[in-house]
Ligand binder design. Structure first.
Ligand code: PAF
Length: 288
């Protein structure tokens, strides 16, 4: 596996691969790799001739009061995991190389970025869309894999790719969960043993609520009751718990016939914010 930090070297390698006709798969990450990331890498490995994984903790998607400084980092461990999956190239750009001191250009995606995580993290999708666009320009992949755990991020990236004519296929991967249902996340390491015991209630509550909403009843009372159940289970704060249309993320008051919904939530256990989502009806195919 090539470990590349310089953009010139990345460009040279990608250019050679493309000239040789290789299909390039890409998985962008912020490191602290867990089984959820590795599942995305395995999918890329199965579909591509060459696989690139980037590791870059992107400062522009964190607000000043958020966890950029303490975000988990484990470069040696991450590289060992990627080597074991036969990744061809790990790209670890330096911060100075990613953003010029007078960086002034941003990618703003409206539509799917509105509400949900933007309610409390208004800076977030501008940072994500900008860094993903920059990484796509640098890596020039034929396809890139994104996890459905960050469902709003997935829809924002899909919309950016469509609207800005980027020649990259966005491939979704279903949420990877622990045996008790907790969605894998790099931030799960922040949870105390007590919080870890409470955490699966988020997924359980989403699944129960998705079952109730599947028959087309009004969503608002069920969402309010589910929010109360999360608080009763031990969550300190619920940022949102909402029913949206799966494809566009427009708000839904209820599930109509042939409408695919997505139930999305963000909730806090102490200083740790967990997000999760499920399809509605529950058996609808994930990315639908
Ligand atoms: O999902 C993530 O890890 C990040 O938001 C991403 C896509 C790597 C952009 O920094």
């Amino acid at each position: 596996m090539q470990v590349v930090r310089a953009l010139t070297e990345l460009r040279r390698t990608v250019e050679e691969w493309r000239r040789a006709g290789a299909r390039i798969g890409f998985v962008p990450t912020m490191g602290a790799l867990h089984e959820g990331h590795l599942a995305l890498v395995r999918l890329a490995r199965a579909r591509a001739d060459r696989v690139v994984v980037s590791i870059y903790v992107n400062p522009t998607q964190f607000a000043p009061h958020e966890d950029f400084a303490r975000y988990p980092r484990d470069e040696a461990g991450d590289l060992a995991k990627l080597r074991a999956l036969a990744v061809d190239l790990a790209y670890l750009p330096a911060h100075e190389d990613m953003y010029a001191p007078d960086h002034a250009s941003w990618v703003m995606v409206e539509g799917p970025s509105e509400g949900l995580c933007s309610l409390t993290r208004p800076h977030f999708f501008r940072g994500v869309a900008t860094v993903v666009a920059k990484l796509f320009h640098r890596v020039r992949p034929h396809f890139a894999v994104f996890g459905e755990k960050d469902f709003q991020q997935l829809r924002v990236v899909e919309r950016m790719v469509r609207d800005l004519d980027m020649d990259v296929e966005v491939v979704p991967h279903p949420v990877v969960r622990e045996a008790d249902g907790l969605a894998l996340s790099s931030r799960n390491v922040y949870l105390s043993p007590d919080q870890r015991r409470v955490a699966p209630a988020l997924y359980r509550t989403l699944v129960e609520t998705a079952r109730l909403l599947a028959d087309g009843r009004p969503a608002a009372p069920e969402l309010a009751a589910a929010t109360d159940r999360l608080r009763a289970a031990g969550f300190d704060r619920v940022d949102y718990l909402e029913l949206r249309e799966s494809a566009t993320l427009r708000p839904l008051e209820r599930i109509g016939p042939a409408v695919r919904g997505r139930l999305l939530a963000a909730a806090w256990l102490g200083g740790t914010r967990l997000i999760d989502n499920v399809p509605v009806p529950p058996d609808a195919p994930g990315a639908g």
